[in-house]
Design a protein around this ligand. Sequence first.
Ligand SMILES: [Zn+2]
Ligand SMILES: [Zn+2]
Length: 442
Amino acid sequence: MDKESLDIGTLDGYQFEDLVTKILKKRGYRELRSAPRSGDLGKDIIMTGPAGEVIIVECKHQHFVGRPIVQKLQGAMSHERTLHINKPIKGIIVTSGKFSDEAIEYRKQIQEEIELIDGKGLKELCKQLDIHILNGKVQIITNKCFKYINEIRAKKISFDAYSKIYGHERNKISVKAIPEFIPVCYLAHQINFDTYTSIGRVDRYSAKDRLILEGETGHDVDEKLADFFFSKDFVDTEIEKKYTRNKIPFEFTENDIEEQVLGRIIKAHAHSVHYRGANNVTYTKSCIPKKSDIDLTQFVSIYLPVWKNRAKIQQMEYAQNFYSKEESVLFVKDEFKICKICERSEDKYEEMSVCPECGRIVCNTHVKIDYLDKTTPICTIHAQSFKLFLQNKYFATKENRSKYKEVWESMNFFKKIYEDKIVLGLSVLGIVLLIWFLAHYL
Ligand SMILES: [Zn+2]
Ligand SMILES: [Zn+2]
């Protein structure tokens, strides 16, 4: 880690405290409560550890921490012990500076479990927990990602899709598969609060929810995408080294995201209740959660893998973008289903054809089938037409067209009429009319 990624010198005391809280949360501790900021009571933050232990954290954003601070914490721990009789009590002193020799010596002498973390230790801890701090904010730098299919499988998806398109065997295709990693933040949260008036409690509110934000823009992740990735438990993995450049960086810090999210959660869960006062009059009371009523139970920063396949058929290029979660994929762009002539999009690959002349994938309206061999598709731009009496016939090649021309010219008159479906149709209609006329007027 470079120096810039752990720049704590610019923080004020409160920011330092918030930072320490965040770091300890990543260690698996949960915040129980913050002590009042005014007046130094010898304890700043109370947390609880995975084993149920109570941890008193003392933050000292100063150059030097002496023995009196350790003694103060010791006192605070004794007090806390009277509140939590059966729970182990632990103390932590975190400083951006150093501990004096006396402080370290005193800590060794006493029978309390107190951890001392100095500026150097804090940096070490950040390194271990992959925490990067810039301007006092926790930068999100992670390598965590949903498990994704590999390049070979990703390419196979394009090849398989192409094999369903009519005429595919007449055109070679090349596919490049490049992954991209989209940063998102997943925040699970709980809201619990009661609302009181002069007559007592009028509302008890409890809710659980989640928010998933794009780490680049801060916007909500598309609902379909959110469900695809977060509907079940997921397996995460590390992004391979060779794809480091394919990661889109998080533009927001954890602090920014939390701040934004807390405001939204408050709005989303604010409501009002009606209650009857002592005088039998009905009143309305707004119930609005406070920041401290919100418990961010999970903050996961993770990348969503999306494969960006680029296929080339002759000079034509096609994009296929799909998200990947283990073996399943979610398409967000599929140009194999978009007609290169009219740009209309179809539902199935089976409705598309590929032109052997130009490599355009086209819809049923923009494809002709060679009239001579009855199989070769050709786009309407490259189809060779030959006019009979009224009807046009289409061919994939000039050769097929001239071959047919010879056949046509050698036909007798009745065969020619049979061949031109428009003339044939008109003739049948004419005969029907003639019979009808004769039957009525003769
Ligand atoms: Zn079309
Ligand atoms: Zn064509």
